[in-house]
Design a protein around this ligand. Sequence first.
Ligand SMILES: [Zn+2]
Length: 182
Amino acid sequence: MDMTGTEFDSAPGTGFSQARLKREMLNLSASQVWDTARTEWELSTVLEGWQDCLCGHYPIKELCLLVNTETGSFATVGNCCVRRFVQLPSNLVFQAIKRVRRDITRSLNTAAVSLAHRNQWINDWELKFYQNVMRRRDLSHKQRAKKAQINRAVLAAVSRNSAPPPRRNAAAQLDDPRGILQ
Ligand SMILES: [Zn+2]
């Protein structure tokens, strides 16, 4: 769903506001200069569900939990806003997840595998194994099976991360990011 063109109108009813996203993220950042504050944020994990983006848009299905490395704050931001304004590789992660969900024999990409490892969805050995086989087509039966098993583990972890039923108050979610991770 590409909302290009309408997404950042802040006209009543659309819910999109780039200004609001930046204001809310600055509130949670150390720097008050957007171009600096933006670089304080890292992609903690991805979620699929129906929640508000910090920009106010609702509902968003592809969500990112961002963590600020300076303040420790968390923020839930839609993939589209992350891609456009925060410029973290969340869209690559979602592309990989969708590809593998359609066909379990396909490969995740580096962004998705790194995220899976950071979140301990896969261990060190699985990371190394995957990096070795992800661009190869001449896999043994065993290697193919192991790769598919890792793909399934990552898909299951993303599903576990799925956001609970929508709540209208995005600020309440920010107080306790664990609430959307458990
Ligand atoms: Zn947004």
